[in-house]
Design a protein around this ligand. Structure first.
Ligand code: BG6
Length: 255
């Protein structure tokens, strides 16, 4: 029974990879487990894949969120030193401190014995203020590091859920909905076609940078995120998706 379960999962992985037209899919079987268990299982699988691919990478961008927090938490502690630098892919201090990208970058770099560079910039600030903050030396070096990332590991959110979590104003929330946003990733909102329809005003990875990345690992599961996953998959086909069976089953229906 175990073998047929594995065969089923690898078939599903293959179907999702083909339907979404992405590089690779890793699926965690949905057992009767709690939400936190499946997130941890995805995080562990993503960690194993990440460690197998890390060689040759110098600057790795990461995002915040509960899934990425679990990723950092589940990553095994390395005994060796690493030259790698971990950077938050964007600012955004609007969330609980544990799940902010800064904290997660520090956690991951400690697990790898590497370096990190932090970005202390809040979300939703005026464009003119962003300009002046970018010129501050500590911010400038991190912004340059973000421009130089050669790998990104990120969470994917359901657009409405993320807008609510980010305490978006009523007007902005309505606008995001009106523009047909289904997903949110690294502060950008996308429609089902993977076109950007909105961007949180803060400092962080630019969409053009994301589009040219060769190594990207997106971690997101649960049926509620299926549409969001589909939309993100359409932006850059180099995506390696780590998800769970329930999202995958729903993705089959959508594609
Ligand atoms: C955010 C990331 O912090 O977390 C986003 O910047 C992502 O890329 C979101 O959409 C997902 O959060 P969670 O808690 O569902 O993993």
């Amino acid at each position: 029974e175990f073998i047929s379960e594995i065969k089923g999962i690898s078939k599903l992985e293959e179907s999702i990879t083909n339907r979404l037209g992405i590089k690779k899919t890793i699926i965690i079987p949905s057992q009767l487990q709690s939400d936190t268990d499946f997130v941890n299982d995805m995080a562990k699988a993503a960690g194993r894949y990440f460690l197998s691919e890390i060689k040759g990478h110098k600057t790795i961008g990461i995002t915040g969120g509960t899934t990425m927090y679990s990723f950092a938490n589940c990553l095994p502690q390395s005994k060796k030193q690493s030259e790698v630098t971990i950077v938050p892919a964007r600012g955004g201090l609007g969330e609980e401190v544990e799940i902010q990208a800064n904290n997660i970058a520090a956690m991951i770099s400690k697990k790898l014995n590497g370096n990190y560079s932090l970005l202390h910039v809040p979300d939703n600030i005026d464009k003119s203020i962003i300009e002046s903050i970018i010129s501050l030396p500590q911010v400038k070096s991190t912004v340059e590091a973000i421009d130089n990332i050669d790998m990104l590991i990120f969470g994917i959110g359901n657009a409405e859920d993320m807008a609510k979590r980010r305490k978006t104003s009523f007007e902005e929330f309505e606008l995001i909905k009106k523009k047909g946003a289904v997903s949110e990733a690294f502060g950008h909102y996308f429609n089902i076609e993977g076109e950007q329809v909105h961007e949180t005003s803060t400092i962080g990875i630019k969409l053009d940078k994301y589009k040219e990345l060769k190594d990207i690992i997106g971690i997101a599961g649960g049926k509620r995120k299926a549409e969001a996953i589909l939309s993100i998959a359409r932006i850059n086909s180099n995506l390696v998706l780590v998800t769970d069976e329930s999202a995958a089953q729903y993705l089959l229906k959508l594609t």
